[in-house]
Ligand binder design. Structure first.
Ligand code: AMP
Ligand code: ZN
Length: 466
């Protein structure tokens, strides 16, 4: 079996074959840390999480780099508005970004470079552009990339080269295809930049956004690597400009595959800060939803399609997760003290292959989830008639854990037991030791009132959430 991924560069599904055969190096455009990330951003990071997890499931090693854009037009504007030094301003959002990743059970990348730590690398790349004739300095002192010097300009976004305004310049980090023009590599200092400024051979200033990713990706992953990811809005201009910079600097191919996820939308419109139709993760958690429910939601649609965000789907996820948890609890009970696995029962024997076949097809998550729910459905029916042996249950549990290395939602989160509940459990053990059955029953009812059932097993009493 081969893992096929949709390569935006060729507009086709292609087998993932790492450049060195066994180790996938991937770069993920990370957050601009000028505010709390919204769950639209996390849709992109979730797609990348699913991707890295499935790559590992396929037996490859992964090195993922996700950058932190801590200097650009937006972070500078924000820090000045709040009267804080740039590093201090962005730190708050970097910290909250990592907290949110943990709540969503997104696996950490291997590297999280911050742009401000790579300024000399950016300067070194821009210097090669002057040597090779790709860069020029404008009257205001800023340095621009001359797009007509790079023959491949427009190959990712499939731009019509005829219509390009070479020689015209665009200073902002974000612009659209109609304004494809020479873009800023280095922006000369203006008073609005406050104290955000570095020296360079072309005078004081700061880098443009696009050069940041070229510098950090190649420094940490090498000049050529395997996969570059982001949301579809990154295709142009950001990724197009990264290709132009990186390939012009090295003369080598930059990323072998380009993968982009569709938008999280609200009423048909992209969730975004500028439209104001966004929710941060913390807002949703404050409403009583869990990170696991949001994770389920962000995973639930195919990554290349738009995913509509609605609270009623979060409610439906709660019910779906409950079904998974009940199945999981039944398996755990059947395991008892057994440690050794036997063959899988017949109803679970085809699940791994069905799951992998769906995921191999450009991460067809609906097919993969269907394989799991089919197993749960068939398993519940079969186990109602004939309980599993402990050894079979261990095999099912192992499969469940293996599939969860990809999904990150199957294993129930560890229940937090409050001090009250722990105290009641102890009191119940004491009552039972003293053969005070009335007291033991009273405590059982008190636990039930707090939402717990207790069951006595050979390994001692086990609590389970009702
Ligand atoms: P930004 O901080 O705006 O640079 O965005 C960070 C990442 O989130 C980029 O990869 C974007 O493509 C992605 N992104 C932003 N909004 C959405 C959305 N509504 N749905 C999916 N991805 C998004
Ligand atoms: Zn980037």
């Amino acid at each position: 079996m081969a893992f096929k991924i949709y390569n935006t560069m060729n507009r086709a599904k292609e087998e993932l074959v790492p450049l060195d055969g066994k180790h996938v190096r991937m770069y993920t455009c990370g957050p601009t840390v000028y505010n709390y990330a919204h769950i639209g951003n996390f849709r992109a990071y979730m797609f990348e999480d699913l991707l890295r997890r499935y790559i590992k499931f396929c037996g490859f090693e992964v090195t993922q780099v996700q950058n932190l854009t801590d200097v650009d037009d937006k972070t500078i504007r924000g820090s000045i508005e709040q009267g804080l030094p740039l590093k201090q301003y962005t730190k708050k959002y970097i910290d909250s970004f990592f907290e949110d990743l943990a709540k969503l059970n997104i696996e950490p990348a291997e590297h999280y470079p911050a742009a401000t730590d790579y300024i000399p690398d950016m300067i070194a790349i821009i210097e090669t552009f002057f040597e090779k004739g790709y860069a020029y300095q404008s009257d205001d002192g800023s340095v621009y990339y001359s797009i007509d010097k790079f023959a491949g300009y427009g190959k990712l976004a499939r731009l019509d080269r005829e219509g390009m305004q070479s020689g015209a310049r665009v200073a902002q980090d974000e612009y659209d295809k109609d304004n494809a023009a020479d873009f800023a590599l280095w922006k000369a200092y203006v008073p609005e930049d406050g104290d955000v400024v570095w020296d360079s051979p072309w005078g004081r200033g700061r880098p443009g956004w696009h050069i940041e990713c070229s510098a950090m990706s190649m420094k940490l992953l090498g000049e050529s690597f395997d996969i570059h990811t982001g949301g579809v809005d990154n295709i142009f201009p950001h990724h197009e400009d990264e290709i132009a910079q990186s390939e012009a600097a090295t003369g080598k191919p930059y990323s072998k595959y380009w993968m982009h996820c569709g938008y999280l939308v609200v009423d048909g419109r992209k969730m975004s800060k500028s439209l104001g139709n966004f929710y941060t993760l913390r807002e949703i958690l404050d409403m009583g939803y869990t990170g696991r429910e949001v994770r389920y939601e962000l995973l639930s649609g195919h990554y290349r399609q738009s995913l509509n965000f609605a609270f009623k789907s979060l409610d439906a996820n709660r019910a779906a997760l409950k079904r998974l948890d009940e199945f999981h609890a039944t398996i755990k009970e059947a395991i008892g003290a057994e440690k050794v696995a036997d063959e899988l029962p017949e109803w679970a024997s085809g699940t791994r292959a069905a799951f992998a076949a769906a995921m191999d097809d450009d991460m067809n998550i609906s097919g993969a989830m269907a394989a799991i729910f089919d197993m749960v459905h068939a398993g519940n029916k079969a186990m109602a008639a004939t309980p599993l042996t402990g050894k079979q249950a261990v095999a099912v549990s192992n499969l469940w854990k293996e599939l969860d290395t990809v999904l990150g939602i199957l294993e129930p989160p560890k229940e937090e037991i409050s001090a009250d509940v722990a105290g009641l459990l102890e009191a119940r053990a004491a009552a039972r030791a003293a053969k005070d059955w009335a007291e033991s029953d009273r405590i059982r009812d008190a636990l039930a009132a707090l939402g717990w059932t207790v069951k006595d097993t050979p390994e001692g009493p086990k609590l389970r959430k009702i």
